[in-house]
Design a binder for this molecule. Structure first.
Ligand SMILES: [Zn+2]
Length: 512
């Protein structure tokens, strides 16, 4: 890392003499992870395992992870890989792909041991892993994104996992994972583990209750300039408005993990089902910084809706071996970004004028990307270089499509129900464990709403027709003011709007 902290973390590798049970449906994969000397930047990982068959002879590291839409190839960070039999004798292993190691005689394996480098301090030439999806070992804290350390024997993606981490007693631990009886962090399966980052170290903590859910904030700030209580102060109104937007929170507990140190280009955040992880520059806390962080947190928190509770089968049974794109980033990222702003408008946290300014900003930002590159194409190519270049536009044009879809639904229903209601309906129908068909989802939504919605998807998601901003905002009695080239630069609220426009504007801008 750029600014390595001096001092060695004193952890010792605890060689546990554990009886290793044979693999069964409910036998957890027991991982013991030692951080060694932080200057080494290595995780020393030991998986105690028995009962592997020929179906399990490949140990798989993640090629990507849900919600990142990027190639990660975690196998690139592996520095050593060995397997041992019951007598501790090494077994033959061979690297067969970037992310795969084959074990010659899996039935003999009693332990798999490997070392894997942290991602922050080990830059790679291509496909750098986002810092919020990576790992950092330092003397006073640890950022642990499980997919960047832990893999799984092929065929055992559904087996429960326990992760035992060695770290100093005085460290605080922030994670949505619960503890197993044996002290390890317990996940139902590999997907659940990957869905649950862990931040440990010298952290500050604050918590509150939102809509019946326990919300916890853990913060690491290198300078100590940002504390959890300050962030909670900034975020509490936003969290309340999220509760209103969602109707009820689909979780009992939610954990925010904040890490303030990153000075690179790709600071950001990553959503999970019961938590989110933020890697941001360590600027001293101010009201403005708090508002900025709140906007990001609003987006990540709203991911509770989608993809976490509304997603296609491609997300549901996630393929860690080969990145498989879903066509619906317009929904996962675009609609989430729309909702993060719409919920703040509807609960009165932002004014109509502020909201329209945000939209105008997105219209301008959209122009920095290829006009002819549709949102569906952006989704389906997100793992390619061309797609990665267009990817950031999902937060611009994707959010604008959310905005227009909302207005269209409100118009068609005479102000009765918009995109917010549709999302709640989809959440109730699908939810965490039920996926929608990646191919055919546009028909599903049209069948739940209006035939016109299918045409909307056809024109503005599947294809890249110019967005009808002026026409749609006109139904709300809001004028889109254009420049000489016909491009929208700002909005003006009509003083002489008619009754229907006023009714639709109210439905669009206020909670019921
Ligand atoms: Zn997002």
């Amino acid at each position: 890392m750029r600014n390595r902290l001096a001092g060695a973390l004193s952890t010792t590798l605890v060689l546990l003499a554990i009886a290793v049970p044979a693999l069964g449906q409910t036998t957890p994969l027991e991982y013991h992870i030692d951080l060694g000397d932080p200057a080494e930047d290595l995780f020393h990982v030991r998986l105690a395992v028995e009962g592997l068959g020929t179906d399990n002879d490949v140990y798989q590291f993640a090629s990507t992870a849900p919600g990142t839409y990027q190639v990660m190839d975690v196998g690139r960070f592996v520095r050593s890989f060995e397997a041992f039999d019951a007598d501790g004798a090494p077994l033959e292993t061979e690297r067969v792909a970037t992310n795969q190691w084959r074990i010659a005689d899996p039935s003999q394996v009693r332990s798999i041991e490997y070392s894997i480098a942290e991602t922050w301090d080990n830059p790679v030439e291509e496909h750098p892993i986002y810092p919020m999806a990576g790992t950092s070992i330092e003397s006073n804290h640890l950022l642990f994104n499980p997919h960047a350390v832990v893999g799984f024997p092929a065929g055992l993606q559904d087996a429960p996992v326990h992760v035992h981490l060695e770290y100093p007693d005085e460290w605080q631990v922030g994670t949505a994972l619960e503890r197993a009886d044996d002290g390890g962090f317990a996940a139902d399966d590999y997907d659940h583990l990957v869905d649950s980052p862990i931040l440990l170290g010298e952290l500050t903590f604050a918590s509150t209750e939102v809509g019946g859910a326990q919300v916890e904030i853990y913060t690491y700030s290198k300078s100590g300039g940002v504390r959890s209580e300050q962030l909670l102060g900034s975020m509490s109104e936003m969290l309340k408005s999220a509760g209103e937007f969602l109707g009820e929170l689909p979780v009992d507990r939610y954990v925010f993990l904040f890490h303030f140190e990153w000075a690179g280009q790709t600071a950001g955040a990553w959503e999970h089902s019961y938590s989110s992880e933020y890697v941001l520059p360590d600027i001293p806390f101010s009201e403005r910084a708090g508002a900025f962080i709140t906007d990001i947190a609003a987006h990540e928190f709203l991911h509770i809706i989608t993809p976490l509770n509304i997603h296609s089968e491609i997300i549901e049974s996630f393929n860690f071996e080969q990145p498989v794109p879903s066509a619906h980033l317009w929904l996962y990222e675009g609609v989430t970004e729309w909702g993060a702003h719409a919920m703040q408008l509807r609960s009165g946290l932002t004014t109509i004028e502020e909201h329209l300014e945000t939209i105008a900003g997105k219209i301008q930002a959209d122009r920095q990307f290829r006009a002819d590159y549709s949102l569906e194409q952006l989704s389906l190519t997100s793992y390619s270089e061309e797609g990665q270049r267009q990817f950031p536009n999902v937060y611009q044009r994707g959010a604008l499509v959310g905005e227009l879809l909302d207005i269209l639904l409100l118009d068609l229903s005479d102000g009765e129900s918009g995109l917010q209601d549709l999302l709640q309906k989809l959440m109730r129908y699908y939810g965490k464990g039920r996926a929608f068909p990646d191919c055919g989802f546009y028909d599903v939504v049209a069948a739940m709403t209006y035939p016109e919605i299918f045409e909307f998807f056809e024109r503005y998601v599947r294809h890249a027709e110019p967005l009808p901003i002026g026409e749609y905002f006109g139904t709300l009695g809001i004028d889109a003011v254009t420049d000489a080239r016909g491009q929208v630069v700002r909005f003006e609220i009509q003083a002489d709007a008619d009754e229907r426009q006023l009714m639709l504007r109210q439905a669009w801008s206020e909670n019921e």
